[in-house]
Every structure is written in C-alpha cells, then in structure tokens.
Design a protein around this ligand. Structure first.
Ligand code: NAD
Ligand code: UDP
Length: 314
C-alpha cells in the first residue's frame, strides 16, 4: 500500500486514475483547483476512507508526505487552456517545479503527464520519442505546448541535478466518459452535438488526423510506466489507429443514429495536420498496447453522454 498524490485528480483522466489506484488498495490524495475538473467525477470515491480530496492550485507549493506523484494538473482542451494562457503556462511551469520540489523533499517518484503536443505540427510521421518536434513558440497553442516542453525539461534537470526519481509519458488524444460537457475537444463535442441532433462542427475540411485512445487503455499504460523500474521515458502512450476528423464525425453520426449534419468552420491557428503515435517503445518497455478500438470506445462514451445529458436536462 502506497500513499499516492494525483494532481488534477478531479479531471477526466485523473479521476479514472484515482479510482484504479484506490481499487489497488492505495491511499490517495486527490488535489485539484476545479478549473476544468469536477467533484462529480470523484463523488463516488468520497466515502472511501483511503481517499482524501484537497482543493489546491499547483502554482502554489504544498507540504505533503507521499510515495508517488501522478502530476496531471493542467487544462488539456484548447478551449480551456487558451482561456487564460498565462495561467496555463504558470500551471505547467510553476506547478511542475512545485511538484518536483515536493518529490525531491520526500523522495517520491513523480510521473509527468506530458503530451503529443510536444511534437507540435509534426514533420515526422508517425511520431517516435526521438523526434524533437515542430512547435510554434509564439502561437495560440504555445502556452500549452511549450509549457509541457518546459515541464519535461524540468523533470530531466531535477533528475540529473538532484537525482529525483522521474517518469515522463506523452499522451496522445484520449477520450471517454467523464469528459466535461463543455470540454470542447473533438470527441465530446461531436457526441454531444450528435445526441442533440445539432450540426457537427468540423474545423477546416476535416482531413486533419488524430489517433484516439480509450481512457481505460491509457490508465493501464500510465500505471505500468509508474511502476516500471530503470526506465524514465519519455514514452508515447496512445492508440496508433489514425482517423481523419471527418471520418470521426461520420462514425459518431452512424453510431448515434443522429440526424445531425456536418457544418464546416474555420480551422484554428496552428492546428496540427496529422498525429499518430509510434508505440514501439511502450510495447517493448511496458509490454503495453491499447485494446479498445474506436467503435467500442465511442459506444461506451456515447452511453455516458446520453445519461449525462438526460441528467443535465432534469
Ligand atoms: P482535464 O481538463 O479533465 O483535467 C485537468 C485537471 O487539472 C482538472 O481537474 C483541472 O481542474 C485540474 N487543474 C488545472 N489547472 C490546475 C491547477 N493550476 N492546480 C490544480 N489543478 C488544476 O484534462 P485531462 O484530459 O484529464 O488531462 C489531464 C492531464 O493529461 C493534463 O495534464 C493534460 O495535459 C494531459 N494530457 C491529456 C490528453 C488527453 O487527450 N486527454 C492528452 C495529452 C496530455
Ligand atoms: N475539432 C473539430 N471540431 C470540434 C473540435 C475540434 O473539427 O468541435 C478538430 C480540431 O480542429 C483538431 C481535432 O479536431 O483538428 C482535435 O481537436 P481537439 O481539440 O480534440 O484536440 P487537439 O487539437 O489538441 O489534438
């Protein structure tokens, strides 16, 4: 049994992590400022005596005694991370410094949730961990992309300079239940629009691609990485099956039986053209690969949003 801190624990991925780590008989401290997360995501855990919820902003330091830190606090949807870009970069930079300081003091192992966005608009396809990326340092996505790149640098420097026990994962587009209704990322947007029979908002011509990973698969990979000795990463975690955004829209319409039509809107600035993880390293070092394919994951996510929308209308 370990005492584990999950920052961003009330968010989409963080809440699944808290749930799984509790089920494995650990003590969990879930820390969140509720910017994009919600108590609803972890309400079912509050009765558990091994679960503690702390409202706190990672840009401020905190004193805790823990064995492991899963550092997930950071808005992940472009809509939310661009809402207050200065705060986003502070969250990545100051938040990661604070968590690394804590890890150093109490000798905890710390895992950073980094992102495929460190590859920017990639010129190498699929993306391997060896690729340094193609990131615009002054665009509207930079607060997030560059913030995560600095967070990775901080992890490596605390490791080299102070011997902090670190792990870095680069997460590719992940979806599933508990994404917020107003999250704004593509899977939740399309599903909600389809369930409401509203227009499906495809940005650009919809020929940009993404590779979508179901959250349960991702959580398996995250926990394997945290507990893998002698490998610090970075390691890509994602599902290599790649789809265009138009294909995703058509799939969601088909699976929901919706009357929605596709509406084309302007492509946001710096929107990456293609993205697909090379997961050879995760296969080799973690013996991990995703099992849930898009249709199956979408069906589960659609069922969740169907119920969440009925609840919201009640
Ligand atoms: P999310 O927005 O649902 O979760 C982020 C959580 O962090 C929320 O609960 C939010 O309230 C909390 N948070 C934000 N700023 C904070 C701060 N300053 N102090 C404390 N808490 C704060 O997003 P998610 O999809 O669950 O993403 C979680 C992590 O995984 C993020 O670090 C994100 O960058 C990373 N990631 C996610 C994806 C994905 O596809 N979902 C891809 C790459 C990386
Ligand atoms: N996108 C879209 N319609 C939406 C939301 C997003 O066409 O309602 C597109 C967006 O332009 C991008 C892709 O879907 O090309 C994935 O967007 P998301 O915000 O989910 O994640 P990211 O761009 O960070 O991968």
């Amino acid at each position: 049994m370990k005492r584990i801190l999950v920052t961003g624990g009330a968010g989409f991925i963080g809440s699944f992590l808290c749930e799984r780590l509790l089920a494995e008989n650990n003590e969990i401290i879930c820390l969140d400022n509720f910017f994009t997360g919600s108590k609803k995501n972890i309400r079912h855990l509050l009765e558990n005596r091994s679960f503690e919820l702390v409202r706190h902003d990672v840009t401020q330091g905190i004193l805790l005694e823990v064995d492991q830190i899963y550092h997930f606090a950071c808005p992940a949807s472009p809509v939310h991370y661009q809402y207050n870009p200065v705060k986003t970069i502070k969250t990545s930079v100051m938040g990661t410094i604070n968590m690394l300081g804590l890890a150093k003091r109490v000798r905890a192992r710390i895992l950073l949730a980094s992102t495929s966005e460190v590859y920017g608009d990639p010129k190498v396809h699929p993306q391997t961990e060896a690729y340094w990326g193609n990131v615009n340092p002054i665009g509207i996505r930079s607060c997030y992309d560059e913030g995560k790149r600095v967070a990775e640098t901080l992890m490596m420097d605390y490791h080299r300079q102070n011997n902090v026990d670190i792990k870095i994962i680069r997460i590719f587009n992940t979806y599933g239940p508990r994404m917020a209704l107003d999250d704004g990322r593509v899977v939740s947007n399309f599903i909600i629009q389809a369930l409401r029979n509203e227009d499906i908002t495809v940005y650009g011509e919809g020929n940009q691609s993404r590779s979508f990973c179901y959250v349960d698969d991702l959580v398996n990979g995250i926990i394997s990485m945290m507990n893998r000795e002698e490998f610090i990463g970075p390691v890509n975690l994602g599902n290599p099956n790649e789809f265009t955004i138009l294909e995703l829209a058509e799939k969601v319409i088909e699976l929901t039986g919706s009357k929605s039509e596709i509406k084309y809107l302007p492509l946001p600035q710096d929107d990456p053209v293609q993205r697909q993880p090379d997961i050879s390293l995760a296969r080799e070092k973690l013996n991990w690969e995703p099992n849930v394919q898009l249709d199956e994951g979408l069906k589960k996510t659609i069922a969740y949003f169907d119920a969440a929308l009925s609840d919201a209308n009640r």
